[in-house]
Unconditional design. Sequence first.
Length: 264
Amino acid sequence: MFKSLIVGWVIAMSFISLHAQEWRQVWSDDFDGMSLDFTKWEIEVNAFGGGNQELQIYTDRSENVRVENGLLVIEAHRQITGIAGTERDFSSGRIRSKRRGDWKYGRFEARMKLPKGQGLWPAFWLLPTDEKYGTWAASGEVDIMEFKGQQVDTLWGTLHHGGSWPRNKHTGLTKKFDGIDFTEDFHVFGVEWESGEFRWLLDGKVWQVQKEWGTENGKYPEPFNQPFHIVLNLAVGGQFVGAVDPDTDFPAQVLVDWVKVYQR
């Protein structure tokens, strides 16, 4: 019995020690330069709607992605734009840190101001750098912040997991924040990801916790035990937000003041 008590005490002390450790910043971008830092980011060029019947084409043009006045600007336009023989009615931007910033576990935060308008879909999220457990969503996806431009006080935070499409599953919450309009000012969106737990943050305060997920091709806590990278984008239309209202103002912008990553 005495031996069992000692073992239990050691386990408890280890748990307390782990959670007592402070988060230490390991990566950041304040967007203070004259252009996007390509040692940290890649601009994605994609003409095929992101798999969600989105209406935009993602380009690397400065009209869609640029650094300006200390901010990352991701800007959507209502204009016919073509790439590689494909034309779409809207253009926008999407960047990722793949192979430039990839982490297993951590605290991920971005200070952002979001756009208003039916059909606008900004997101801050994580994707697996290597699809170790199979194609989407068997290897996971972490939606730190998704937003509908027509619901200015509401956030979505979601884990995607399970099997490869169409056997995928999702776990998460939608939360309305009374008295907040996310299109009027900057807010800090974040997630803390540790083995067996995700905690979603708004301006440093936890608003959701998830501890249950799985993959057909592994054991818990898989697939969320491998390196992921950051994605920032502004989609237009698609299954999540619906059609674009004729009254939605373009150009529409996501403004990002900074992105930071911490680990224990």
